[in-house]
Design a protein around this ligand. Structure first.
Ligand SMILES: Cc1cc2nc3c(=O)[nH]c(=O)nc-3n(C[C@H](O)[C@H](O)[C@H](O)COP(=O)(O)OP(=O)(O)OC[C@H]3O[C@@H](n4cnc5c(N)ncnc54)[C@H](O)[C@@H]3O)c2cc1C
Length: 358
């Protein structure tokens, strides 16, 4: 067991903020996690995966537990599905590629999402019309209070749009150690979302496959989203707000052309892409809640491309806040607060941060 003191976290999260942790330890399995916790039974703790959904606003005065639980294993198969158990520390995209190589369907639209498998249930990651809840079978998590291992079914996880029980009722109580996914032998292709169809056509794809869809998603994401290796960011900073049908009717009357989606659709990439042409301006079923494109609202308030010092709003993606080099987490947070207030003032809509603020 190695526990380091006063460690820089700059390279361990995608915003690249220069903060320190009082202690940092890595764990590879349940036993090494238990050993660390026995040595440090009290104080603040933070479970860290790839650090791609975190904004540190100050040094972390506690123990950061870096998850390095590895392994990708097929544990069961039947006529329709293959069940794959994945260590929480595995890179998400590496797992997606593993499925693509075996021609298994269900995660191809989620290609190239940064971060680790263990964090994927935290906010029910989603993109291009898919969310992990559609392939989720179960997970095992370690209870930080009594050290017991607990299994969570789909129902237990209470998945919603960028939500799960782990962000609510069970917040800060569990360390996810592994997740089991249920992949389809006969994939159901979903190409209707965003620019996938156009990209497949541009690629000259004749026979649809999970590989072709994954490649299309990779191409689109690479051309539209800023690479955290080049410019610090955590993807979409805010969630897309959901409003009632009545509220949407008023908003769209006051702001013609305001894009919105029936709330059950998955709008991550359309909103983050900055390509507002992808958003449908639809009324939806009477009474059905509507999801607004947070990126559009932010852009309408004039923030796109804004920069103050090294904190800014990406020039192509108004939903992505960026660190141009030496911004502090507080500067990025303050900017997000200014954005939130201006959207509230102009549209009367309250944005909610998607990124975890530490
Ligand atoms: C360029 C870019 C694009 C992105 N695109 C998308 C997208 O399309 N869709 C989407 O949904 N997200 C997207 N994201 C956000 C991010 O990739 C996901 O939220 C991802 O799942 C975070 O994984 P991580 O390992 O980096 O989590 P971290 O940032 O390390 O952690 C996130 C939260 O989960 C907790 N946590 C992490 N691991 C565990 C664990 N094992 N047990 C318990 N708690 C844990 C942490 O304490 C923290 O609260 C994007 C981010 C970037 C930078």
């Amino acid at each position: 067991m190695t526990i380091q003191s006063n460690v820089s976290l700059k390279a361990l999260h995608t915003f690249g903020i220069n903060v320190q942790a009082r202690q940092l330890a890595t764990f590879q399995d349940q036993d090494s996690l238990a050993e660390i916790l026995a040595a440090y039974p009290d104080g603040h703790r933070l479970i860290l995966g790839g650090g791609s959904n975190i904004l540190f606003t100050q040094d972390f005065d506690g123990l950061v537990l870096k998850n390095e639980v590895m392994g990708i294993e097929t544990i069961a198969e039947d006529d329709n599905y293959v069940y794959i158990k994945v260590g929480a520390g595995e890179n998400w995209h590496r797992f997606v590629q593993h499925c693509i190589r075996q021609d298994l369907g269900g995660v191809e639209n989620l290609s190239l999402i940064p971060g680790c498998v263990g964090a994927s249930p935290m906010q029910n990651i989603g993109a291009y019309g898919m969310e992990i809840k559609e392939v989720f079978q179960e997970l095992e998590a370690y209870h930080l209070g009594d050290g017991a291992l607990q299994a969570f079914s789909l129902n237990d996880c209470a998945f919603g749009y960028r939500e799960s029980v782990f962000k609510n009722k069970c917040k800060d109580q569990f360390v996810i150690l592994n997740v089991t996914f249920r992949l389809r032998r006969a994939p159901i292709f979903n190409t209707t979302y965003g620019a996938i169809e156009q990209e497949l056509e541009r690629m000259g794809v004749k026979d649809l496959s999970v590989k072709a869809i994954s490649d299309a998603v990779i191409n689109i994401r690479s051309s539209k989203l800023p690479d955290p290796a080049k410019i610090g960011n955590a993807g979409s900073f805010f969630k897309n707000p959901v409003v009632s049908a009545a509220a949407f009717a008023k908003l769209s009357a006051a702001h013609p052309g305001m894009p919105a989606y029936p709330a059950e659709q998955e709008p991550y990439l359309s909103s983050v892409s900055g390509d507002q042409g992808e958003a449908e301006d639809v009324a939806g079923d009477a009474g059905a809640p509507m999801k607004l494109a947070a990126g559009w609202l932010i852009e309408q308030c004039g923030w796109k491309g804004y920069r103050k010092g090294d904190a800014g709003v990406h020039e192509r993606q108004a939903l992505v806040l960026v660190n141009y080099g030496n911004a502090t987490g507080k500067e990025i947070y303050d900017l997000s607060q200014e954005i939130l207030e201006s959207v509230q003032k102009k549209f009367g809509v309250t944005l909610e941060r998607e990124v975890n603020i530490i």
